[in-house]
Write a protein that binds this ligand. Structure first.
Ligand code: UDP
Ligand code: UDP
Length: 403
């Protein structure tokens, strides 16, 4: 989302303000990298401190590789536990940030050259646009949308043709909901340079046949129950496909201290050691999805993951866990990028048994039509962000407006 102001220089100066969590930070760092390549000045505003270790690691590395970026650290006054109704540390941080977002103003008002725009995350938009309404995060932020000039979306025309072509053109041409800002699909956001990956999984992937590996990962903040881990473990084993499984048992990375052996049993790890790899650590997902050995992606449908799979044309087995993820699953299924078994419900709602897991994983890896549809999505994604593509055109229009 962007809140535009006038600028006297011809080079747009854009402040980026992501909210808590890797799922929010990642698209902003990608956007920063894209803006720099389009000759913009960039100021990155981050909160002090971050909720997860992954966030602070990524911010430090990104800034060290882009010394031209100005960095503002925004000290967020902590919330009193009595002021929150959730115990999710990321949601508490959204709320705390929103409540004190007005304190950002003095930090950015003296920037030189002055800012042309602030691109902020929806979950902190109401604070950024100084409209204080004390409702549920999403609702209170959504009602501030008319105060913004545009909504940047990490999607592309061909992926959501109905939304982009019909609904958005109705909104953008003011035929619907007069007070909504322009909606601007600029995705999939490109990747950016990450710290050299030391992970043992890349050499392992290098030795696997093309498109033979099922990649299982549920993003940066979705923990799986021990019972579900057990069923998925059996499902993977019975499916007999090679697999790379990134396991999380806690919402925040620094709390995730349990041993793999305790979670999966030594015998499973021993039995599958030639066939699969299970890790309980941060991996470079963008590199894994780009690896030719990966043939399918079992995922919770966080939107960054969906866009990353779309970019690479990797078929997905959608297993939404919470929040917006069922809507995302529906979109990706409709686009032809993946399959979704609605009866699995939300994460934790019901235990998906071994046979269900096995059946769907096999379908993911063998369905030839799915594979070719997913590849087509990959081509369309590359076209959207390539020369003359729809997303590049939209990006250039936004930047020209900010000059
Ligand atoms: N990610 C990663 N390594 C991990 C876990 C996640 O690189 O071990 C990245 C992933 O590629 C994506 C982001 O973190 O860009 C997670 O965002 P997403 O919207 O997919 O899900 P969330 O974590 O917000 O639920
Ligand atoms: N949400 C929720 N519970 C959760 C996670 C998300 O209700 O545990 C809702 C919430 O309204 C939030 C929206 O889903 O604003 C999107 O959440 P988030 O950006 O964390 O989704 P993700 O990054 O996982 O796609």
């Amino acid at each position: 989302m962007s809140i535009f102001q006038g600028s006297e220089t011809s080079q747009p100066h854009i402040a980026l303000f992501p909210s808590a969590g890797m799922g929010h930070l990642t698209p902003f760092l990608r956007l920063a990298s894209m803006l720099l390549s389009h000759n913009c000045m960039v100021t990155l505003i981050t909160t002090k401190s971050t909720v997860s270790v992954a966030e602070s690691t990524y911010i430090s590395f990104f800034l060290s590789t882009h010394p031209e970026i100005k960095h503002i650290e925004f000290q967020v006054p902590p919330m009193q536990p009595s002021n929150t109704t959730t115990d999710d540390p990321f949601f508490i941080q959204f709320k705390a940030t929103n409540r004190s977002a007005h304190l950002i103003h003095p930090l950015i008002s003296s920037l030189s050259p002055p800012l042309s725009a602030i691109f902020s995350d929806l979950v902190v938009a109401s604070g950024v646009s100084k409209v204080a309404v004390d409702l549920a995060t999403l609702v209170s932020n959504t009602i501030t949308l008319p105060d913004c000039k545009g909504i940047l979306m990490n999607t592309f025309d061909c992926f959501e043709p109905e939304t982009v072509e019909k609904t958005l053109s109705a909104i953008n041409n003011k035929r619907a909901l007069r007070n909504l800002p322009l909606i601007l699909p600029i995705g999939p956001l490109g990747t950016y340079e990450l710290e050299k990956d030391q992970g043992q999984y890349l050499p392992w992937l290098n030795s696997q046949p093309a498109e033979s590996v099922v990649f299982v990962s549920f993003g940066s903040r979705t923990a799986m129950s021990k019972d579900q881990i057990k069923e998925l473990r059996h499902g993977l084993q019975k499916s007999e496909y090679r697999f790379l499984w990134i396991l999380k048992t806690k919402t925040v990375d620094k709390d995730d201290t349990e041993d793999l052996e305790d979670l999966l049993s030594c015998s499973f790890l021993e039995r599958t050691k030639n066939k699969g790899m299970v890790l309980k650590e941060w991996v470079n997902q963008q590199d894994i999805l780009a690896h030719p050995a990966v043939g399918g992606f079992v995922n919770h449908c966080g939107w960054n993951s969906v866009m990353e799979a779309a970019q690479r044309g990797i078929p997905m087995l959608a297993w939404p866990q919470h929040g917006d993820q069922k809507a995302n699953a529906e979109v990706l299924e409709k686009a032809g990028l993946g399959i979704w078994n609605r009866t699995w419900g939300w994460g934790g709602q019901r235990l998906v048994k071994t046979d269900g897991n096995q059946k769907r994983i096999s379908e993911l890896m063998t369905d030839v039509k799915l594979k070719s549809r997913a590849k087509k999505v990959g081509e369309e994604a590359r076209q959207a962000t390539g020369n003359g593509g729809s997303s590049i055109k939209t990006t250039m229009e936004v930047l020209l407006k900010e000059k």
